[in-house]
Design a protein around this ligand. Structure first.
Ligand SMILES: [Zn+2]
Ligand SMILES: [Zn+2]
Length: 354
C-alpha cells in the first residue's frame, strides 16, 4: 500500500489513471443513459412508475433531470410542488434543491475522504516525518463554513445551465448521432475542455489583476496563503460570486462548442473533486496536469499558476512558475522559507488534527 502510494504521489500515473477513468465514464455516458433506459432503471429500483413532469415531455435534457430528481423527491412531493409552482417552476425549483444537496454531499464526501487519507491515515508520512505543519481545526472549520454558505448560491449556476440547455439555446446535444458520431464527440469534447481551461485561466487571472474584484471577491479565498492553511476543505471555500465566476466558462463554452450534456455534467462534478485535490498542499510531480504543488504556489505567490487542470494556459500566457521539489525530511525553524519558495514550514503542528 505504501509503495503504491509512493508511486501515486510522485508520478503522473495516478493522476493520468484518474483522469482516464473520468473521461472514459463521461464518454460512455451518452450511449448508456438514454431517458427511456433511465426510466426503466428507476422503475426497477423503485418498483413504480414515477410521476413525469409534463414540462419535460419530448425534451431529453429535461427528462434526464426530471429522472434524477425522482431519486430525491417522492411523487407526492413533486405533485405538491407542481400544484404550487406549475410544471416549469417545480422542475427548476426541485432541480435547485437537488443541486444544493448533490453539491453539499459531494463536498463533504470528497473533502472528508481526502482529509482521512492525507491527515489520518498518512499524516505521519506526509507531515510529521517531513516536518510540515497540518492545517488547524480552526482553519478547516472556517473553510467548511465558507464553502457551505456559498453552496446556496453555487447551486443556482447548474440550474441556469440546465435551463439554457433545456431551452435549446446552447450547442449542447444529447445523442452522439446528432453531431455525426464518436470521432466528433471526442474532438468536440477535447475542444470544449481546452476552451474551458483557457476560460477559467483568464477568469481567475482577471480576478487577481482587477483590484476591485480581488479586494471584494477573490481575496477571500487567498486568506489561505500558506501551505498550512490549505486543506481539501478549501476546495470551494470562495465568495459565492467568485465560485460562480470561475465556473462560468463551463456554461459560456456551451454556446461556443457542441458538448454532450452528460459529459458537461460529469466535468462540472469532476471539477469539484479536482478542486479538493489541488488544495491538499501535496507536491507530487503531475505535469502536464496542474497538480496541487502549482496551486499551493498560486496561494503563496499570487501572480502565477492560474490554470485549472493543465499547465498549458499559464505556459502560453507567461505566468507558469514551476515549483521546485521540497526539501524532504527537512525540519526547519518556524518562519523559514525553503529555497524552493513553495513551502513555509515550521515544526510539525499535528496535534490539532489527529
Ligand atoms: Zn487566485
Ligand atoms: Zn485555491
Amino acid at each position: 500500500m505504501a509503495a503504491y502510494f509512493q508511486v501515486f504521489r510522485n508520478s503522473k500515473i495516478g493522476i493520468v489513471l484518474t483522469l482516464s477513468l473520468i473521461f472514459t465514464t463521461a464518454a460512455a455516458s451518452p450511449s448508456a443513459y438514454f431517458p427511456e433506459k433511465l426510466s426503466l432503471l428507476l422503475k426497477t429500483l423503485t418498483g413504480s412508475d414515477r410521476l413525469v413532469n409534463p414540462h419535460c415531455i419530448d425534451n431529453p435534457f429535461c427528462a434526464f433531470n426530471d429522472w434524477v430528481n425522482a431519486f430525491l423527491f417522492s411523487d407526492a412531493v413533486k405533485a405538491d410542488v407542481m400544484a404550487r409552482l406549475g410544471p416549469a417552476g417545480a422542475h427548476y425549483f426541485l432541480t435547485y434543491v437537488r443541486d444544493l444537496v448533490a453539491g453539499s454531499v459531494l463536498y463533504y464526501l470528497t473533502a472528508g475522504l481526502w482529509h482521512t487519507y492525507v491527515y489520518q491515515w498518512h499524516g505521519d508520512y506526509f507531515f510529521t516525518q517531513q516536518g510540515f505543519e497540518k492545517p488547524s481545526a480552526a482553519t478547516i472549520k472556517d473553510q467548511i463554513q465558507l464553502a457551505q454558505t456559498s453552496m446556496f448560491l453555487y447551486a443556482a449556476l447548474p440550474v441556469l445551465a440546465e435551463w439554457l440547455v433545456e431551452s435549446g439555446w446552447t450547442q449542447c446535444y444529447y445523442y452522439v448521432e446528432e453531431i455525426g458520431g464518436w470521432p466528433y464527440y471526442l474532438a468536440f469534447t477535447l475542444l470544449y475542455l481546452a476552451m474551458v481551461e483557457v476560460g477559467v485561466y483568464w477568469m481567475h487571472r482577471t480576478l487577481h489583476e482587477n483590484k476591485v474584484l480581488y479586494k471584494y471577491i477573490h481575496g477571500l479565498h487567498h486568506k489561505y496563503n500558506k501551505p498550512s492553511t490549505l486543506s481539501p476543505w478549501a476546495s470551494v471555500a470562495f465568495n459565492p460570486i467568485d465560485g460562480i465566476l470561475q465556473a462560468s466558462p463551463y456554461v459560456i463554452c456551451l454556446f461556443l462548442v457542441p458538448c454532450h450534456y452528460l459529459t458537461h455534467v460529469a466535468m462540472v462534478f469532476f471539477t469539484a473533486v479536482w478542486a479538493t485535490n489541488i488544495h491538499d498542499a501535496m507536491d507530487g510531480n503531475t505535469e502536464p496536469v496542474m497538480g496541487s504543488k502549482y496551486h499551493t504556489m498560486h496561494h503563496t505567490h499570487y501572480h502565477y499558476n492560474f490554470g485549472q487542470f493543465f499547465i498549458f494556459a499559464d505556459w502560453m500566457f507567461g505566468t507558469l512558475r514551476v515549483p521546485e521539489p521540497r526539501a524532504a525530511k527537512a525540519v526547519l525553524s518556524p518562519g523559514v522559507v525553503p529555497s524552493s519558495g513553495v513551502r513555509t514550514t515550521g515544526k510539525s503542528g499535528r496535534g490539532k488534527m489527529d
